[in-house]
Design a binder for this molecule. Structure first.
Ligand code: ZN
Length: 168
């Protein structure tokens, strides 16, 4: 979904995009090649929609998820920088759980197992380790969070460079 100025905002389920289109809240910018089939007729499957009204981000808070952290961190250990398949990555509480560190976007990062072990129940400072970047809640949903393995071609015109090249 794009904002009124055609900037990418976030990924929404196509079902929601169709609903919002029916309600006149978005306009269709690009459709997937294959339409959505229903009993009575085919609809163009929305690939890119543009919000026609103001964006109210509180309606679209990006929910915390394990997969989301790895996508945000580009499947890269935030301590040593190694890039790994998702199944080989762990999640690390920057401030350890037993010290009151919460499980949220701001305190969870992707980590390889060796770094996670090395850090143990310590803060990065105590362990003499450095975070590649400060963990934050993503501003909009990276492509993979919708459960897709590949970025749909119609999105490529609209995505920031970093998101479209690091979506794997
Ligand atoms: Zn590591």
């Amino acid at each position: 979904m794009l904002d009124q100025g055609y900037q990418p905002l976030r990924v929404i389920p196509w079902q929601r995009a169709i609903c919002m289109n029916f309600l006149g809240k978005v306009e269709l910018v690009a459709a997937h090649a294959r339409p959505v089939r229903t009993v009575s007729r085919d609809y163009p499957a929305p690939a890119v929609v543009r919000l026609l009204g103001p964006y109210r981000p509180q309606q679209y808070i990006v929910r915390f998820s394990r997969q989301g952290v790895h996508v945000r961190d580009r499947h890269t250990c935030q301590y040593c920088g190694v890039r790994l398949p998702r199944r080989e990555l762990t999640l690390d509480h920057v401030i350890p759980r037993h010290r009151g560190g919460p499980t949220n976007w701001e305190n969870i990062v992707s980590s390889c197992s060796p770094c996670n072990l090395k850090k143990g129940g310590r803060t990065p400072e105590e362990a003499g380790m450095h975070l590649a970047s400060e963990p934050r809640r993503p501003r909009w949903t990276p492509p993979n969070m919708s459960g897709l393995d590949e970025v749909p071609p119609p999105w490529l015109d609209w995505l920031p460079k970093s998101a479209s090249t690091d979506a794997a």
